[in-house]
Design a binder for this molecule. Structure first.
Ligand code: AMP
Ligand code: MG
Length: 385
């Protein structure tokens, strides 16, 4: 319609064939940004050594600059070692003890490419903007073939945080990226749904201020502390419940309210099957959902019907329920989590007083811990202003 203001340009969504990869690499070489699929979530990629590209990442995401980025590296031809990250101008292994150098090499050999990010001492070449002024840099080698093809074609490490606006749900499909950033970036490579679905495990290799010299789990992900310990031959310290604080974050994943849908998320204290009706009613009232209100109910496993009916009967709410995995399988729960949060968010967007209730996840090592962590943050009180 003429007369209406021009709508902002929309990102091009391209199939990641050689022409698509070449187009994306050309944008990256010019200091621009593209969204790329990885096995965890979609990343907003820019040249890690290009100051302007890094500034654009923070701008596009509306991300505070105290929140550092993960630098993604190419798998190349040969198996990679710490020394290669030094040659790549990223890491300064001299600032690690011999024992930690061995541990890092063992972890790289065992888990890369894959969903494990290592926080290592940085070389001065790494721009401060990538690390929020920290003396450490977070590095990961993604396993996704499209991310690897793009890294090879770009010829530079790529800083790539999740391709969502700050504090919102990480995208696990090209459509979700379009939803988040379609008006802000030129190109999205469509690699289908992300296999893992939750962000990488982040491990500090001797870089945590309060536990210098130790391996510290900064963000839980698919790779558990136990398998890291086995591969590294060293204990892994886990942080107590993360505390939100001002200033540089040891890990952006430590920000308390994160991964949040627009509709308020209320984490149930127990699976619906174990909630007494009176308790369910109390919870619904405390969450601000008056009888008759339309609400979402996210179950970890099926069947959906009995749980939805029990919750609706107890609370008097109109319940729209979905299960993250019919069989209650954790890998499937992780795979669907962000996509389902997004779908429910969209479905409830125009309902007043909508609330999304979600069953809790037992924090079993690895994915259980990662899912419980993301749900807790999605339900955390939101900072205002
Ligand atoms: P996102 O970019 O949204 O995937 O989140 C980035 C993740 O990078 C955070 O959760 C942090 O754990 C991690 N990170 C990046 N750089 C550092 C660093 N220098 N030290 C500690 N954690 C880091
Ligand atoms: Mg993120």
């Amino acid at each position: 319609m003429s007369g209406s203001p021009a709508s902002p340009p929309r990102a091009q969504v391209r199939f990641p064939d050689p022409a698509g990869i070449a187009a994306a690499a050309a944008i990256l070489r010019g200091g621009g940004l593209v969204a790329m699929p990885t096995e965890t979530v979609y990343g907003l990629a820019g040249d890690a050594f290009h100051e302007l590209a890094l500034a654009r990442i923070f701008d596009v995401k509306e991300r505070p600059t105290f929140d550092p980025l993960i630098v993604h590296v190419t798998a190349g031809a040969a198996p990679l070692r710490l020394a290669d990250l030094q040659s790549a101008r990223l890491v300064d292994p001299a600032r690690l003890t011999g024992r930690l150098r061995e541990a890092a090499d063992a972890l790289i050999a065992r888990f890369w490419p894959g969903p494990l990010t290592l926080v290592l001492p940085k070389r001065d070449d790494v721009p401060d903007l990538a690390t929020s002024g920290l003396r450490s840099v977070a590095v990961r080698m993604p396993a996704h073939p499209v991310a690897q093809a793009l890294l090879a074609a770009a010829g530079t490490p790529l800083a790539a945080p999740s391709a969502n606006r700050f504090g919102r749900i990480s995208p696990t499909s090209a459509e979700a990226v379009m939803d988040e950033l379609g008006d802000r970036i030129p190109l999205i490579l469509d690699g289908g749904r992300c296999a893992v679905g939750v962000e990488s495990t982040v491990l500090s290799v001797g870089q945590h201020a309060e536990q210098p010299g130790a391996l510290v789990l900064l963000r839980p992900g698919a790779v558990s502390a136990a398998v890291i310990e086995a591969a590294a031959g060293l204990p892994v310290a886990t942080l107590a419940e993360p505390v939100a604080r001002a200033g540089p974050q040891a890990s952006p994943g430590l920000l308390e309210s994160h991964y949040a849908p627009r509709v308020p998320l209320a984490l149930l204290p127990a699976p619906v099957a174990h909630l007494a009706p009176a308790r369910a009613r109390e919870i619904a009232r405390a969450a601000g959902a008056p009888p008759g209100a339309v609400v979402g109910l996210l179950l970890l496993g099926g069947p959906v019907e009995p749980a939805a009916t029990a919750f609706a009967t107890a609370t008097g709410l109109e319940v729209h329920a979905r299960a993250l995995s019919a069989a209650g399988d954790l890998a499937e729960v992780a795979h669907s989590l962000f996509a389902e949060l997004r779908a429910i968010d969209r479905a409830l967007a125009h309902q007043d007083e909508a609330v999304l209730f979600c069953e809790p996840c037992a924090p079993t090592p690895g994915l259980g811990h990662a899912i419980a962590d993301r749900l807790r943050r999605a339900s955390a009180p939101r900072p205002r202003g």
